[in-house]
Structure formats: C-alpha cells, structure tokens
Design a protein around this ligand. Sequence first.
Ligand code: TXA
Ligand code: MG
Length: 331
Amino acid sequence: MKTRVLTVDPEHPAPDALAEAARILRAGGLVAFPTETVYGLGANALDADALARIYEAKQRPANDPIIAHIARVEQLDQLARDIPPAARALADAFWPGPMTLILHRRPDCPIARLTSAGLDRIALRVPAHEGARQLLQHFAGPVAAPSANPSGRISPSTAKHVLDGLDGRLDLVLDGGSCESGLESTIIDCTGEIARLLRPGGITREAVAAALATANCNPQIDIAEPLADHENPVAPGQLTSHYAPKAAVRLMAITSTADEELIGFGAVSGAGELALNLSPSADLVEAAANLFSILHAVDAADIAKIAIAPIPDTGLGEAINDRLRRAAAPR
Ligand code: TXA
Ligand code: MG
C-alpha cells in the first residue's frame, strides 16, 4: 500500500483534504490525523473490517480496545447508557479535550464491537484539535483511533513519527505539524461507583478531582493497577511495558555513565552527544510536549542506553512518569 501525505493547516485544514480523508474513511481505509495529544490512526468506528485493518497495521493485540472519537458532546447519549453524573461532569468540564470516558455501551450502539474488543464498555473522546474536529464533522460519524504507532512503541507527535512506524500500512496521513500536548488523553472509567483512573494523561488527576467536586460528585479517584501482560482485557491500557524506545532506559538519573545518553530535566542537563533536556526551565507542560519527540530522536540516533533525570510526580508529572516507567519496564 502506498501511504499518501497531505499537509494541512492545523487550524484551518483545506476542505478538499478533509473531503479526501472522509472519503477514505467511508471506503474502509485508514487515515492518520493530528489531535491535541498525539496523532491518531483513524478508521470508521462502525466498520468492523476497517477496525480489523487498524489492528493489523499496528500489530495490536486483539483484546486491546480502541477509543471512538466523536465531534460533539451531545452524541454521548446515542452511544452510551446509564451515564452517571460524574461522567457528565467530566464531559462538561473537559470536552472537547484530552479526556477519554469509559462508559456502558447502549444495546443499540452502532459502534462495531471490535472497537471495544468485544467489551460491553466503550471509550469516547471529543478531541479539541480544530483539524480533528473538522475531520469528524466532515466524516459525520465516530472515528476509532488508537495512537498512530506500531503497538508497544512510542506514540507519534509528528507526521514523520507516524511514517517512521507505519509507512505503507495506512492510506493517508494528514500532516498538521506537531501535536500541542504530546501526552495521550487521561482515561477515566465511569462505569463503577467511584471514578477510576485507567491512564494518567493530558488532564491531571487534581483537575479531574476538582471538576468532580465542583459538580457535587464524589471526588475520590481509584487507580487501576498496571498489568504485566495482555491477559486481562478489563483494563488493557495498563500494560507495564509500553511506549518503548529501542534503547534501554534507566530512570531517576542525576548523572550518566560513559555509554549512556542523559535526558535532562531542569537543572539536570543532558550531557550526552545530543544534549537533550525535556525542559531546561523544569516546566512539566513543556516536558510533556517534548517527551515523545525526544524518545523518537533517541530511536533515530540508534542510541543503545539512555538515562533520564527525575521528574516531579505532581500535576502532569504523574502522566510523564507513567510513560517513563513503562518505557523502562522489562520487555
Ligand atoms: O490521546 C489519546 O487518547 C490518543 C488520541 C489519538 O486520541 N489515543 C490513544 O489511543 O492514545 P490508544 O489506543 O493508543 O490508547 C487508548 C487506551 C488503550 O490503552 C486501551 O486499552 C484503552 O485506551 N481503552 C480503549 N477502550 C477501552 C475500554 N472500552 N475499556 C478500557 N480501556 C480502554
Ligand atoms: Mg497508544
């Protein structure tokens, strides 16, 4: 398969590029597109064959479900049932944005079962990225999209990252430049009594708790334990080894050994060949935005060992440290 690339203005994508992307989605093809978090590998969420192509292109385990992206908050009620007040509060507070809600699917929900890997719960997100929103509007239906990388590898924050991993395995890449936040969405399971954090992400746990409290919902948030392998399809996002660069990863490093490339943060500056630093000013937003680009740069430079400076575990640091722990986990 030949993968085409169309360059688009992320704020004002050309209507003919959107029309072409929507046409490919309708025909069951795969289109990678930028969101405010990372690039997604999109397919028509109602089309099981198209979904199967995503699993094949990414070599994704069949029990790992996929987020359905929708254009408008109002579509929630057509797809999910028994939506608790906490889920409405989070949708109100954070949609459009980097927030994914896990909900019970309605019996008549048209989303293909393969999207949710056969589970009776669906993952929904309204992205904030203008280009992504316009694509969803043009297509006029839910778009299933995991991050556009081979399964288990680093998420893509540029079109080049997408092509590095998946060239020839998808029909089209809409190249809208770098993703703004660079961390995937926060995933909250709203199917139980208490909200459960399945994946820390672009919206901090503190912000989630505050939104729940403001809406008079229980602000308590349970944490899902990471799983060691693909055996349990209940919380499949929680695999310990994920986001893996090719290099071996050592965390909490203040200095590096002779054969390591040090990735700095704040005052701990990257002393290696590439002089990498997630954020010289110790800004967690900047570090989040740089994280996947720096890991991709390390991959591209064929570096065998990296050491990464400590990152505070507050705010966005929780999601950054989650990704770093997975990058460092035994494979
Ligand atoms: O920011 C994001 O969320 C990006 C952009 C493209 O939207 N998407 C993304 O998708 O990161 P993906 O597939 O790489 O990660 C989604 C995670 C997976 O770990 C998956 O297991 C989990 O969400 N997930 C999806 N549906 C689920 C469900 N029904 N129940 C539990 N976990 C689910
Ligand atoms: Mg992913």
